[in-house]
Design a binder for this molecule. Sequence first.
Ligand code: MV4
Length: 454
Amino acid sequence: MFKKILIANRGEIALRIIQACRELGVETVAVHSTADRDSLHVTYAHEDVCIGPPPSSSSYLNIGSVIAAAEITGAEAVHPGYGFLAENAHFAEVLADCKIAWIGPKPETIRAMGDKANARRVAMDAGVPVLPGSRQPIGDAAEAAALADEVGYPVILKAAAGGGGRGMRIVRDPAEIAGQFATASEEAAKAFGDGSMYLEKYLAEPRHVEFQIFGDRHGTIVHLGERDCSIQRRHQKLVEESPSTALDAELRQRMGAAAVRLAEAVSYENAGTIEFLLDRDGSFYFMEMNTRIQVEHPVTEMVMGVDLVKEQIRVAAGEPLSFGGGMAPRGHAIECRINAEDPERFMPSPGRLTTLHLPGGPGIRVDTHTYQEYVIPPYYDSMVAKLIAHGRDRGEAIARLRRALDFFIVEGVKTTIPLYKQILVDPAFCRGEVSTRFMEEFRARQAGEEDAGE
Ligand code: MV4
């Protein structure tokens, strides 16, 4: 096992990784920008190194500074968390050159899956279902038009270098395909330095169902069930749960087998996520693969009874997986991402947490780097905490989450807590009827209720 690990991240995930290291008896190095001196990840690490000024481009994304911090402290491995450098294949390669271990998949896997058009082709070749569409990046507008005619409208244009909803265009009218292709490709070239686009048939009201997969260095690859992340707004996930109310054991087995097949096709190592779109009729289609630990990993941990971050470290140190595949979920878990935001406008609301009381009790987990009097800086994402409830069934998980939201007191900044209290009593949510359109439909129901009340 490693003696010392550097955590190349901040916020709640940095603290989560430090917790895992402690349990494994591994020493920790925190890196931080000048804006994060007072964060708990700095407090709890054995050592800390300031790596630059607040903008992440000058600190958490500065490969030279992070590697210098690892060299100075003698860290043997780096855990990247999520975001920042987590899916940067070049960073993983530079670490290897410096003889520092990378807690994540092989750089070539990160690169292969980071190109979303290539990932789609890998899935097709592995016999994993994909929506009708491109086999390779689209050459020009005429090719986009021909392909769209072939698969039928509506279609969606996606940037190969995008992902997570960035660089997407839905096209419903054949008259618009050429123009949309040109502008989308130009935008992608500007935003990602790569204008490659691919095309898929557009599904109107799918669910976002993703599978947690895990591979070790001895060739074992398993899945740990799914997370339903259909409730999103502007491609930001709001609520994540496991198991999905749309899956039975048979569909879970088939989707899980497809996820494992794809992971096997790239000899996947460490933790990863395979995203699917699930249609109403039970058809499922590969969308993207994420080659990192995800924000919503705790819902899987709670229903599967595993510690995914400890497992990442063990596997990176060469140990075999400590669990097998094919486990059935135990009970139900739901996570809310609590942000310092004005939920009406979805605008960040940074500042001092003048009061903070965190809920606890049976079945409740709170992952946070904050404390009373902590100041949320304006430079990074505005997450205050992840609140996760586990219950014997979905009803108990919802009741516990509602109770915990009622007992979660934050003063000094606006938060998304009131929004979650509304979602958790929404009739469609309570029936488990969610799709990627959920938030629009929910807003409409809320507006209708207000009208009726006046
Ligand atoms: C789609 C889709 C429907 N059809 N692709 C969004 C994030 C990125 N991972 C891909 N996404 C989608 N891709 C096809 N062929 C629906 C989504 C999607 C979505 C789209 C618009 C608004 C919200 C969304 C939430 C989740 C998924």
